[in-house]
Design a protein around this ligand. Structure first.
Ligand code: GLC
Length: 752
């Protein structure tokens, strides 16, 4: 290296040496990037576009880690390395041995916690509490960055209206307004107030875009989305994340309207860069660049590399398609080096903003105390309390009165499971530290109460999950039907000799998440039979659901007096469920997704448009003749151990206010929700659209006035006829209440 470039590089390092307590000025970032690019060879530039997927277990046919390639500068980033010592070791190779000492960027799916597992994202959305979501992701960022993971492949913001799709557990449900609020909170929690803030990480908002609309709810299947639905439903949470400063975006696997997202110029350039002015970089989903050939979109890997990078994907996750093909494409004149540089630039800029050049290593001795911080567990427990949704509480069976019961049966395949309570995407925690429901109850009631468990039945997927393969999970031989019958009998016997039964039913952690779609929404296995047999004993029974997708629990909804939707509540889930069951916490969550009566109703969501024959029209029976058209539980629904009154709605111009009072005998939270309906205009608009919510905590008898402002943007929509955002001068219905069936009504007229 020439003296000139060495001094330039030295000045770069010295200037950046000061710890980045403030964002590095953009001019300085650009100057450093220019200086580096001038020195980089074509191969080194392409190396920055190459991310290696480091599988926890060797996977045949997959590229493996090679130290020499690091020293050559062939990797810009690693995925799935999460151990501080290993990260430091690899970083030393890159910084000490590569020609330009460019540090590696380590990324991981820190979706809902790193070492401290928080409730699954669908649960966090159910809290309707962005501040809690932000705090949760700030804890995850603190732990991940301490280990050297400076980039998370989150938030996942895919709108999902088909519960057959297993990844519904990873997002914020069916609604773009709630989804956008949760997306903003996650970006803020992960990234802090600027990219590079100590203790924070870069985000990657995913999966851009339309992944949740997979045909049949089948993961990875095609999404056919109209422009109207794309702009009004599926894109808004991505736009919210980009506006909140998300540093990177991940392109999705599936084809959107026939064009694979990872080669989709409309999405990655027209929308993301040209319309939204996104300045960060795009990483493909795993092997998605190579898979453009599988899609029948690219004719060969070289074509895939060219199509993907031209569409706007900066970094190739895992497939080596860029590093194996781009150099030749440039040398053959089929691709310009300046185009490569344009894709490298934001990656180098992010590494500089993150401070990786001046502090590429982590302090391995600091990780233990950070991972074990008691305040992290407290945050996880509080988040789980606030995410739970009380679906039923006939006769106020809940909360269970401490001291009333001398024996408690905790029954179900997940009653004492510390694995399942964490949900999917819990990758680097110690599962044995997670608190099962049974353990949470035992610790709550103490030794004076007999708490016994019975599995009742075993449930498992028909085929092993993708994570079993990646994480090397081996499951034993499944129980036979007869063995399950025996387990059911044992559970019934236990319930018969206990004062109360807590049934813990739902889905194991691998039954939702990636590559975990189902054709049914019923309780898997013989859980329904187990539930009905225990219920038939006639003793008090509470149902706790552990699940990542809506379940069509229509029998339970009619026969089980108390039902608590706990989702996958995370490592502190057992403690939080016990807090809720015994009244040390009062459930205040609301459903972020509609619960169908049956899978036959799917897709079913609250923000549907009116037809010429709305429900209940005279002579009109129903859209189905075999089931009501209404859902089992509507979007925004959730009960409390107390009661609330929402009244005195005022709508003046764009200002909406309403009074909410706690009319019960104990403190509790209500989520006051504001919905609008445009009565006429250039399109038939949804009967309800969430345009405001606020979770309030009220003491018994306490009242509060909640205020909302309806902005012009919130009254606008993307018009399929005008092909742009419009704001019709229309009257709007305004409803405010405790779920999407709110009846308290007002009218908003256009400002004269
Ligand atoms: C997976 C997922 C994506 C994840 C990536 C890396 O297949 O689709 O969400 O970030 O690969 O694990």
């Amino acid at each position: 290296m020439s003296i000139f470039s060495r001094s330039l590089l030295l000045s770069a390092i010295i200037t950046l040496a000061a710890p980045a307590q403030q964002p590095i000025p953009e001019k300085q970032v650009e100057k450093r990037v220019d200086s580096l690019l001038k020195q980089m060879t074509l191969r080194e530039k392409i190396g920055q576009l190459n991310q290696l997927f480091v599988f926890p277990q060797p996977v045949p046919g997959m590229p493996s880690l090679n130290d020499e390639d690091i020293a050559k500068g062939d990797y810009g980033s690693f995925l799935f390395v999460s151990d501080a010592a290993q990260i430091n070791r690899l970083q030393h190779i890159a910084v000490d041995k590569s020609r330009l000492h460019i540090p590696l960027l380590f990324g991981l799916d820190v979706i809902h916690g790193f070492k401290t597992v928080f409730p699954a994202p669908i649960a966090m959305a159910a809290s309707f509490d962005p501040a809690t979501v932000e705090r949760a992701q700030a804890v995850a960022a603190r732990e991940a960055s301490a280990a050297g993971v400076r980039w998370t492949f989150a938030p996942m913001v895919d709108i999902a209206r088909d519960p057959r799709w297993g990844r519904i557990m990873e997002g914020a449900g069916e609604d773009p307004f709630l989804g956008s609020a949760i997306a903003r909170a996650q970006v803020k929690g992960f990234q802090g107030s600027y990219i590079g803030e100590p203790g924070h990480v870069l985000t990657s908002v995913k999966h851009f875009a339309g992944y949740g609309a997979a045909d049949g709810g089948r993961d990875y299947d095609s999404s056919y989305i109209s422009d109207e639905q794309l702009w009004n439903v599926y894109l808004p949470p991505f736009h919210a994340a980009v506006e909140a400063g998300a540093g990177t975006v991940m392109s999705a696997y599936m084809d959107l309207n026939g064009v694979p997202a990872t080669g989709n110029r409309f999405l990655l350039t027209d929308v993301l860069r040209d319309t939204w002015n996104f300045q960060g970089f795009v990483v493909s989903d795993a092997f998605a660049v190579r898979d453009l050939v599988t899609h029948g979109f690219a004719k060969d890997p070289a074509d895939a590399a060219s199509l993907s990078i031209s569409a706007g994907v900066n970094m190739d996750m895992g497939s080596r398609t860029y590093i194996d093909n781009l150099e030749t494409l440039v040398k053959e004149g089929r691709f310009k080096e300046t185009q490569i540089e344009r894709m490298v630039r934001p990656i180098l800029a992010m590494k500089i903003r993150l401070g990786l050049f001046e502090t590429p290593y982590v302090d391995e001795s600091a990780t233990k105390s950070i991972f074990a911080a008691s305040e992290h567990k407290a945050e996880a427990r509080r988040a789980a309390q606030r995410s739970a949704v009380l679906l039923r509480n006939e006769g106020a069976l809940l909360p269970l009165i401490q001291g009333r019961y001398s024996s408690i049966a905790v029954i179900g395949p997940m009653a004492d499971s510390f694995i399942d309570i964490r949900g999917s995407w819990a990758l680097v925690d110690d599962p044995t530290q997670a608190i099962s429901v049974a353990r949470g109850i035992r610790e709550k009631v103490g030794n004076g109460v007999r708490v016994e468990t019975a599995m009742g039945c075993e449930i498992r997927r028909n085929v092993p999950s993708m994570f079993d393969m990646i994480l090397g999970v081996k499951r034993g031989t499944p129980l036979t039907d007869q063995q399950n019958t025996t387990e059911i009998e044992k559970a019934v016997t236990l319930a018969s000799r206990s004062d109360v039964s807590v049934m813990v039913l739902g889905e194991t952690q691998d039954m939702s998440g990636e590559a975990a779609s189902r054709t049914s929404l019923d309780l898997p296995g013989r859980q329904e039979e187990l539930l009905e047999k225990v219920m038939a004993i006639g003793k008090p029974l509470v149902l706790v659901l552990l699940n990542g997708r809506p379940l069509s629990i229509h029998w339970a909804a009619e026969h089980v007096p108390a039902i608590l939707e706990a989702w996958y509540p995370g490592a502190e889930g057992g403690h939080a469920v016990a807090d809720l069951l015994f009244g040390d916490a009062n459930p205040g969550g609301k459903l972020p997704v509609t619960f169908p009566r049956t899978v036959g109703q799917v897709p079913i969501y609250y923000a549907h448009t009116l037809t010429h024959q709305p429900e209940g029209s005279p002579g009109f029976v129903s859209r189905y003749w075999d089931e009501p058209s209404s859902p089992l539980y509507p979007f925004g629904y959730g009960l409390s151990y107390t009661t609330f009154k929402i009244s005195n709605l005022k709508v003046e111009n764009h200002k909406v206010s309403v009074d909410v009072q706690n009319t019960g005998a104990r403190a509790g939270d209500e989520v006051v929700q504001l919905y609008i309906h445009q009565k006429s205009g250039r399109a038939s608009r949804p009967v309800r659209l969430l345009k405001g919510f606020e979770r309030v905590t009220l003491a018994p008898g306490e009242s509060k006035t909640v205020h909302f402002t309806l902005t012009d943007d919130e009254l606008s929509y993307w018009s399929a006829t005008d092909r742009k955002w419009v704001h019709d001068r229309s009257d709007f219905d305004v409803w405010v209440g405790s779920d999407s069936n709110a009846t308290l009504h007002g009218n908003l007229s256009p400002v004269q």
